[in-house]
Design a protein around this ligand. Structure first.
Ligand SMILES: Cc1cc2nc3c(=O)[nH]c(=O)nc-3n(C[C@H](O)[C@H](O)[C@H](O)COP(=O)(O)OP(=O)(O)OC[C@H]3O[C@@H](n4cnc5c(N)ncnc54)[C@H](O)[C@@H]3O)c2cc1C
Length: 370
């Protein structure tokens, strides 16, 4: 029998309501005077002081054990916090050594450390397992040579969670890959160069490694287990509210603009939009419930991301269709600027974290269709 999607209808637990009120209160104090276009950029922002304040409130490492500074709350509470705010990272907890957990996790929870993700390479994106950056075993560690691209915020981060090839296994590209936690600030042989994005901003980087020495204790998990670890991680990364709320600032502006006196077309469009949002939210909380139950979520997470990014990308078009307004970047009304920003960035929603075609391949395989 073919596999099926499992999206159970979860109610959020009662403690989620008080947490939601706390997070809202906090965000009100932090951002009530911020312009909508600043809020629209929140999913890609980088602000250490803000991270520390969030850490002080206990909203980083929410589901992690208390002995690593975590707060032992549920995935559904984490969901509510993310929904209100958008943030996250549980790799070391699952695959790290005890020493790595003790050293790194409490500092993450306090909001003191920032991480970049070093997976993609110039010739390896969707086909990630073809990556070629080599980590060659030497005394006490590894010498790394190669190049990573599209590394978000590497220039601002303390560490990169990077995937390197420690062994070449002919005709088995998924084998021989290993994850490392690379200290970006204190490792010789690493050069970080900016890549300017379509919107003219420096967020991406190219990270080059030339005989960069990475010690043994920076390896995360066993040699050769990198692929399994990375694919487990992506289940977390693909299912959260950040996968369908990137356009939320524009949704708010649309409701404000059209909602007061909608004509038939506006009523229908807003109704459809809210119905899609409610369905996606149900699917996403359902995955949070499965994570809480320790279940494998790869199939359902891929579905949330695919449907979620399609929804997010439809919002600028909806705004164009409903309103006679031109997008702008630095001048014009709040609506125009939010529309300008989201129109520019929306194409990237279905690339980051796995492209649409790759997700659909995972879904087809998960359902037994390929
Ligand atoms: C905003 C943003 C942030 C990012 N941040 C990071 C980061 O921090 N760290 C990091 O490592 N990477 C990051 N990336 C890179 C991202 O993971 C890759 O862009 C993505 O995996 C696609 O790889 P690619 O760009 O090489 O495209 P390609 O893999 O070359 O794909 C090009 C097109 O071909 C399609 N395609 C490829 N293979 C197949 C196939 N087998 N079947 C059907 N269609 C296929 C793809 O779907 C896509 O449409 C980021 C990307 C974006 C947009």
């Amino acid at each position: 029998m073919p596999a099926v999607f499992r999206f159970a209808l979860n109610d959020l637990p009662p403690e989620a309501a008080s947490l939601r009120a706390e997070v809202r209160e906090f965000l009100k104090a932090e951002f009530s005077s911020a312009a909508p276009v600043k809020r629209a950029k929140s999913w890609g922002g980088f602000d250490r002081e803000f991270s520390r304040r969030v850490g002080a409130r206990g909203w980083i490492g929410m589901t992690w054990p208390k002995k690593y500074g975590g707060h032992e709350r549920s995935f559904l509470e984490r969901y509510v916090m993310m929904e209100e705010m958008l943030a996250g990272g549980p790799l070391l907890l699952r695959f790290g050594t005890e020493e790595q957990r003790q050293k790194i996790l409490p500092a993450i929870v306090r909001g003191e450390l920032a991480f970049a993700i070093g997976m993609s390479e110039p010739d390896s994106g969707s086909d990630l397992a073809s990556l070629r950056t080599r980590a060659t075993k030497v005394d006490g560690g590894y010498l790394v040579n190669g190049t990573k691209v599209w590394t978000s915020n590497a220039h601002l981060s303390d560490y990169a969670i990077a995937l390197f090839r420690t062994q070449v296994v002919p005709d088995k590209k998924h084998e021989g890959l290993t994850q490392f936690l690379v200290d970006l600030r204190n490792t010789n042989g690493i050069t970080i160069r900016p890549i300017i994005d379509l919107a003219g901003k420096h967020h991406f980087n190219e990270v080059n490694f030339t005989d960069a020495f990475v010690p043994d204790d920076a390896r995360v998990g066993n040699e050769g287990d990198g692929w399994k670890q990375v694919t487990t991680e992506l289940g977390f990364e693909r299912s959260g509210p950040e996968r369908y709320l990137s356009s939320i600032a524009l949704i708010r502006e649309l409701v404000r603009e059209v909602g007061a006196h909608p004509d038939d077309r506006g009523t229908e469009a807003l109704g459809r939009m809210v119905a899609s949002l409610a369905t996606l939210r149900q699917m996403s909380t359902s995955v949070a419930g499965m994570l809480q139950a320790g279940e494998t979520v790869n199939l359902e997470a891929a579905a949330v991301k695919d449907v979620g990014t399609t929804f997010e990308q439809s919002i600028p078009e909806l705004a164009h269709a409903l309103l006679d307004v031109e997008p702008t970047l630095t001048t014009g009304s709040d609506l125009q600027q939010v529309l300008g920003y989201i129109t520019q960035t929306a194409p990237s929603f279905s690339l980051r974290g796995g492209t649409r075609e790759i997700l659909r391949g995972i879904i087809a395989r998960g359902l037994g269709l390929r």
